[in-house]
Design a binder for this molecule. Structure first.
Ligand code: ATP
Length: 219
């Protein structure tokens, strides 16, 4: 008798510096997960983001803050593989590794904010990303909704779908511009506020704030 075949659930990876993780990350992705019925979100903090200044908190501290932020949230899990590397973490290479482990059939998405979509074409081997995953884009206040050039916009339009079913039906290849609520929160602004001893209770989960204080981070 042939084995029963069940569709594989749509899972997502959420990469970033998370210096520190904040509600702009968590609440956007929780809303996104509801909109597109994500089964699981794997948070993957990166080690040496090639195109960005070095993080202020070290790898262990950023990992610990993610662990504290997602404790008790069954949607989220942490994958620390990029933190364990000494070389730059290129998303495309990490996705290739994940595909090597999970196979090519699983519907898999990579989550980014609108700011990251605008700079996506500067990412290492960006043309290969959609062979490996879908892209789910969360709204972010303060960034244009259209791409910088007409050519980039044509690329975006040709890959965008408004259909959640399409995300579940294919392993990769689509871009979904989610209607997530806007959270005017950035890690940079949080670091600056902490330097000035301003409150961040509305911006960062309490256990993460406690960790920041205990370890004297961002002063
Ligand atoms: P920094 O201020 O240090 O640049 P950040 O707040 O942008 O940090 P990152 O860890 O660099 O946070 O971001 C990881 C991912 O989360 C990126 O794809 C980014 O676009 C997205 N993101 C961050 N903050 C928000 C937000 N407030 N709303 C939606 N997406 C966000």
């Amino acid at each position: 008798m042939p084995a029963a075949s069940f569709p594989l659930p749509l899972c997502a990876i959420y990469g970033g510096t998370f210096d520190p993780i904040h509600y702009g990350h968590l609440k956007s992705v929780e809303a996104l997960a509801k909109q597109v019925a994500l089964y699981q979100v794997t948070i993957m903090p990166n080690n040496v983001p090639p195109h960005r200044p070095q993080p202020e908190a070290d790898s262990h501290q950023r990992k610990a803050m993610v662990e504290l932020a997602i404790a008790g949230h069954p949607l989220f899990r942490l994958d620390a593989r990029e933190l364990e590397r000494s070389t730059p973490s290129y998303t495309v290479e990490t996705l290739e590794q994940v595909r090597g482990e999970r196979g090519m059939q699983q519907p898999l998405a990579f989550i980014i904010g609108q700011d990251s979509l605008l700079s996506l074409q500067r990412w290492h081997r960006w043309q290969s990303l959609l062979d490996l995953c879908h892209l789910l884009v969360c709204q972010r206040p303060g960034y244009p909704v259209s791409m910088d050039t007409a050519e980039q916009q044509r690329w975006l339009d040709s890959r965008t779908t408004a259909s959640v079913d399409e995300l579940h039906a294919a392993p990769a290849g689509k871009i979904y511009l989610a209607q997530t609520p806007m959270y005017d929160i950035s890690a940079t602004a949080i670091r600056r506020r902490l330097e000035q001893n301003l409150p961040c209770d509305e911006l960062v989960p309490a256990p993460v704030l406690q960790f920041i204080r205990q370890h004297g981070l961002y002063r």
